[in-house]
Design a protein around this ligand. Structure first.
Ligand SMILES: Cc1cc2nc3c(=O)[nH]c(=O)nc-3n(C[C@H](O)[C@H](O)[C@H](O)COP(=O)(O)OP(=O)(O)OC[C@H]3O[C@@H](n4cnc5c(N)ncnc54)[C@H](O)[C@@H]3O)c2cc1C
Ligand code: SF4
Length: 436
């Protein structure tokens, strides 16, 4: 793969390492195998959690992996990256008993590691139907869609503008949860059944929609969100001022950033991307990492459990402050901040804090121009309008899912929406939809 072997992320260790067989079986033995299990309800892909835990307990690791991956083809990465604290684990009945909830994510990882890294393929392509679907964007949504389509006998070709597959699973999620090569291993395993890839191919630039409509019966849109949104304040062009997702991509896929040369880092924003960037910099050894957010801790959109990890790791917080400029000559040296009141109006004199590196996590732009180039496609503020039952857009040959349709959620949501669209596309094709 084109990723550097000595990329920066490889200096970070896994914060939730793999369970041994003894640990996994002991944890599985604690599960109460609840009737109407609330953990299943909390999973957007509806994995039968008590069933796979029971399979682990009876030493059927491969069967457990099948239970997981039948429901969620991205179950290998979801085991590592899902915010289980607010999903399945958060709903485990043990929480109400005042006892530690079942480590569902780590048990899921125990099962899927066995097949993904053991070279055990569980799926195969369906009987060929002669129909073909283009999946645009190579992230979790398109991968889940393509996998389901190939299992049903359709040809699925994924177009990805980056040089690597996997979307944010490869170049965005925090390395202490999952490193890029783990995402690539998952993509490779899923693609073995016949998913085709056209990497380094940007739809709208290298090929256009009319080309896709000529070659394919249907199109699935899974292009996610756009680049980091800028703040539009003086000094944003200085070297060392990064968009947060661009910084994380540099950490995960290459060496263009050197945390060893940074003493003070300032991260602007209060969402999960901001917390991830701050934690990554801290864990990479940056001595001073400060998050700056315009509201107080209660107003922070990022998960509280992630914020607590950041505090424990030594990240500091400046609440109720906004940046008004970044200062330096050529390279950033400081961030100038203004304190704000509850109505976000500035209070008092701005002040400067040292910053050799700044990461701006003010959200991601929407791919408005790309969407506007597709005839008949309704979208609002960069979010494609879809039928919630099928993922079909207002252009009858196009379906959509993932961040592009839900406005930015989790990997597990993208996986669920990609699969939902594949099933709807399959039904449409089976009913002779798109026949020419
Ligand atoms: C920094 C960060 C950390 C995150 N951490 C987590 C986490 O820990 N756990 C979690 O569950 N979720 C996390 N998320 C959210 C999760 O990554 C997304 O919800 C998920 O990846 C969405 O999948 P997707 O397929 O819709 O889009 P993406 O993963 O964004 O994939 C879209 C792909 O489309 C490609 N593309 C775009 N335009 C074109 C074009 N014109 N032609 C061809 N290809 C194109 C892009 O290059 C990209 O590879 C995180 C998000 C960010 C930004
Ligand atoms: S809620 Fe907890 S104890 Fe009950 S089935 Fe799910 S994981 Fe097992």
């Amino acid at each position: 793969m084109p990723l550097a072997a000595d990329r920066v992320e490889s200096r970070l260790t896994d914060l939730k390492p793999a369970l041994t067989e003894a640990q996994a079986r002991a944890e599985a033995a604690r599960c109460l195998f609840c009737h109407d299990a609330p953990c299943i309800e909390a999973c957007p892909t509806g994995i039968d959690i008590p069933m796979f835990i029971r399979q682990i307990h009876s030493r059927n690791q491969v069967g457990a992996a099948r239970t997981i991956l039948e429901a969620n083809s991205l179950g290998h990465s979801c085991a590592r990256v899902c915010p289980v604290e607010v999903l399945c684990v958060g709903k485990c009945v043990y929480n109400d008993k005042g006892e530690p909830p079942i480590m569902i994510g780590r048990l899921q990882r125990y099962a899927t590691d066995r097949v993904i890294h053991g070279g055990i393929q569980l799926f195969e392509a369906g009987e060929p139907t002669g129909r073909a679907v283009a999946c645009v964007g190579g992230g979790p949504a398109s991968i889940a869609c393509a996998h389901e389509l190939v299992r049903r006998g359709h040809r699925a070709v994924v177009f990805e503008k980056a040089d690597w597959p996997g979307g944010l699973n490869t170049d965005g999620v925090a390395p202490y949860k999952m490193q890029a090569d783990e995402s690539l291993a998952e993509v490779e395993w899923l693609s073995e059944i016949g998913i085709e890839w056209r990497l380094s191919t940007e739809v709208g630039r290298d090929v256009d929609w009319a080309d896709l409509e000529r070659e394919f019966d249907a199109v699935f849109l899974g292009v996610g969100l756009g680049a980091d949104a800028p703040l539009g304040i003086p000094g944003e062009e200085l070297e060392g001022v990064w968009g947060a997702t661009a910084l994380i991509e540099a950490i995960k896929t290459g060496r263009r950033v050197d945390p060893a040369s940074v003493y003070s880092a300032v991260v602007i924003g209060g969402g999960n991307t901001a917390i991830d960037a701050a934690r990554e910099l801290k864990l990479l050894g940056v001595p001073e990492v400060r998050m700056v957010y315009r509201r107080g801790p209660d107003g922070m959109p990022g998960y509280a459990h992630e914020r607590e990890h950041a505090i424990a790791e030594g990240v500091s917080f400046t609440w109720r402050a906004v940046p008004v400029a970044f200062e330096g000559q050529g390279r950033v040296k400081a961030a100038r901040l203004a304190t704000v009141d509850r109505g976000l109006a500035p209070v008092g004199e701005p002040f400067s804090v040292p910053a050799d590196l700044v990461a701006v996590a003010a959200g991601q732009n929407r791919l408005e121009d790309l969407l506007a180039s597709i005839p008949g496609l309704e979208h609002d503020d960069g979010r494609v309008t879809v039928d919630p039952a099928t993922g079909r857009t207002t252009n009858p040959r196009y379906w959509a899912g993932g961040d592009l349709a839900n406005g930015g959620a989790e990997v597990v949501d993208a996986a669920a929406e990609g699969k939902r669209a594949a099933r709807a596309i399959h039904e449409w094709l089976a009913g002779n939809g798109g026949a020419r």
